[in-house]
Design a protein around this ligand. Structure first.
Ligand code: G
Ligand code: G
Ligand code: MN
Ligand code: NA
Length: 253
């Protein structure tokens, strides 16, 4: 398969890179960390976004190898920021549900953290809600990752297989309300009802809520008032490569 060969070459040639988007406290604006987002620096096509190659990587059975690259690259970046004396908080990586089929993931994460001297509070894993995440084997891998001391964030919350039993079993530190629920805030009454219900459930379960895709001050003000704990979005900063992100960090008061 053509795409498969291209993706293998991209791995071999080290053409992937991570970009970073900050997360800040909703009430006080302090830096909490960032989400790492993969891009493919294609020699001809330029910077390729993940939606253009992650689905193909899943189909080609290459998502596991890309996940290993992402985990190692994030840990290596953490070590570099530390060496530079930058306060970066916690770095969250995205892993596909398919990667929770292989318990080798736990060794990959443990080894990468050890190799780069990454503390558990400096590393987080984002997973999306799917039926797979209710399977015993996948839940076991999540529990083994949590036993390393790292936290789990449920991504795109509200769009997938959400059930309260699932939240109770997964015990995430945060849930990320999908951008789709935020884009028409604060005007849309149904979206307000959804957001407030999610915040209420999360609070009752001791889970923090991340609002992602925050673009306007009106959205931010509404989300703060509704009790969201953490903000991420273009209003704060767009995803940026490691060098630009380090500059953004260094420029903060
Ligand atoms: O980065 P962008 O801004 O385009 O992200 C689009 C989608 O790609 C998001 O749903 C995000 O979760 C996913 N994504 C980003 N980086 C990674 C990654 O490293 N691995 C996987 N599996 N998905 C990613
Ligand atoms: O992993 P996830 O599906 O949550 O990926 C987040 C996606 O949202 C990435 O594609 C990222 O570039 C994008 N994103 C982040 N902030 C904003 C924003 O404020 N507005 C929009 N439209 N997209 C955003
Ligand atoms: Mn994400
Ligand atoms: Na998301």
């Amino acid at each position: 398969m053509e795409v498969e060969r291209e993706l293998r070459e991209a791995l071999a040639r080290d053409e992937f890179e991570l970009h970073f988007q900050p997360q800040i406290g909703a009430a006080r604006g302090e830096l909490l960390g960032c989400e790492a987002l993969i891009r493919w620096r294609h020699p001809q096509r330029g910077l390729v976004p993940p939606l253009s190659f992650i689905p193909a990587a899943e189909q080609a059975g290459l998502i596991g190898e890309i996940g290993v690259w992402v985990v190692r690259a994030a840990c290596a970046q953490i070590a570099r920021w530390k060496a530079e004396g930058l306060a970066f908080g916690c770095v969250a990586v995205n892993l596909s549900a398919n990667e929770f089929r292989d318990s080798a993931l736990v060794d990959t994460v443990r080894d990468a953290m050890q190799q780069h001297g990454v503390r558990p509070d400096e590393f987080e894993i984002e997973i999306t809600e799917t039926v797979l995440m209710t399977e015993a084997a996948a839940l076991r891998i999540v529990a083994d990752l949590q036993a390393l001391g790292i936290s789990i964030a449920v991504d795109d919350f509200g769009t997938g297989y959400s059930s309260l039993a699932y939240l109770k079993r997964l015990r995430p530190r945060t849930i990320k309300i999908d951008r789709g629920f935020l884009k028409d805030l604060p005007e849309d009454e149904e979206d307000r009802v959804v957001v407030e219900a999610i915040v209420g459930i999360a609070q009752a379960l001791g889970i923090e809520v991340v609002a992602e895709g925050v673009e306007t001050e009106a959205q931010r003000d509404y989300l703060c008032g509704a009790g969201c704990h953490i903000l991420q979005g273009y209003l704060i900063a767009r995803p940026a490569d490691a060098q630009q992100y380090a500059q953004w960090l260094a420029a903060r008061p």
